[in-house]
Unconditional design. Sequence first.
Length: 343
Amino acid sequence: MLDEIKHPHLKDAYAEMAGASALPLWEIYHKLVSDKPAIHGAPHLWSYAQMRPLLMNAGTQISAAEAERRVLVLKNPALDRPGISQTLFAGLQLVMPGEIAEAHRHSQGALRFVLESSGGYTAVEGERCEMRRGDFITTPSWCWHDHKNTGDGPMIWLDGLDVPLIGFFGAKFAEECPTAEQPIYRNTDDSVSRWGSGLRPFTGQHIHPYSPVYSYPYAQARPALDAISTSDAPDPHRGWKMIYTNPRDGGHVLPTIGAYLQKLPLGFVTKPSQTTEAQVFSVLEGRGTARIGDIELAFEENDTFVAPNWMPVELETTAETVLFSFSDRAAQENLGIWRHRDL
């Protein structure tokens, strides 16, 4: 159906076209081709102080086994379907002491950023990846994964997935593992030792389109971030920002999702920038304000906020701040459509 008709004298012709399942391009061209991207979703912040009690209450009401995955989905209030952005899904997941989120795999790629843990792991393709606060773990497309809490307190992390993007392609598949926990046949954090130290195995190839490293420990990432902050001046638009990379080619960790770690000094105000990627931020340390378009969001530790595509983003800190973020930039770069502009 045509919402508006620029050429009403062709109304009868358009009715005949509609009967043949056709549309006149000249009536809808302005919707398909425009001088700037359409913005999808709205800036929004999910306060951890508000979300954590909801998540913990769910932990008393439904088990990890019953829920399959005990996750509070972070739904963008301006979208009519689950998703934190047009292309990305996000949620806060809880596994209680002694619980196992049973093994499965799916065509969607996923990442985990750990907010709370007193001991536990995610197992990925036969390898256990320890989960400590600030650790970043990937579970690429069609890789077996399960989660277990071996500590004495709740284990909570931010999930990020490319669910809407994979759904757009009509390529959603999933499979349950016949056992609650997948077989473990590699050492704990094996991929870090094989690929994450500036070395790679002399023999054998990694032929997949994702990083061979499943775990990026914060104990390694934070010193690297601190090192550049002592030698380089902060970028006026980003502070000190680093990309989690695939050691094979220096590209993104997943073919659809890029991930980043960013440090901003006390009292720093970034210059605004805009990009075609949708960005999801998790506040690991610090506090401040995010100005996204004409919306101001005051953030604190463990909060999550989203910056939709092509909306100018400006960050101001009232304490030294470390932000983890992920976006659909990897998919856009692979498609050759990613753009950005520093204002």
